[in-house]
Unconditional design. Structure first.
Length: 135
């Protein structure tokens, strides 16, 4: 697994969203296909939460909506990320941003901002075995 991907997850989980976006954008530029769409979803997620923390609720709602479009087809897990859990949390925050836009909520519950959970998928396990047997 590319160390930049993991670095982006660490930055995201430390709420350094703009920096996570920058790291994942490097990977996005280098990839194609499903992986490229996945990185694009993560980039939209990071930008959405950056906007959310800066009280740009319209921007957050827009970016988180784009993130959901890119991430939902990659459920339940993709590249060792529990995408199902992330999508559920992103959707809840997008809905909260909508309430803030309409004035139905008066403040953001920052505790709802998700952490990205890493899981070992069967593909990861297979790659680890293949790498170990090559040594």
């Amino acid at each position: 697994m590319d160390g930049r991907f993991v670095k982006g997850v660490e930055l995201f989980n430390n709420r350094r969203f703009f920096e996570a976006h920058d790291v994942w954008e490097e990977l996005w530029r280098e990839t194609r296909g499903e992986e490229r769409l996945f990185y694009q979803g993560l980039i939209h997620t990071a930008v959405g939460f950056y906007h959310l923390l800066n009280e740009n609720y319209r921007g957050a709602c827009s970016q988180l909506g784009k993130a959901l479009t890119k991430l939902q087809p990659r459920l339940p897990a993709f590249k060792s990320i529990d995408a199902l859990h992330l999508v559920e949390q992103v959707d809840a925050c997008r809905q909260d941003a909508g309430l803030l836009i309409r004035g139905l909520e008066d403040r953001l519950d920052r505790g709802k901002i998700p952490q990205i959970t890493m899981i070992e998928t069967q593909q990861d396990h297979t790659e680890h075995i293949e790498h170990t047997t090559e040594e």
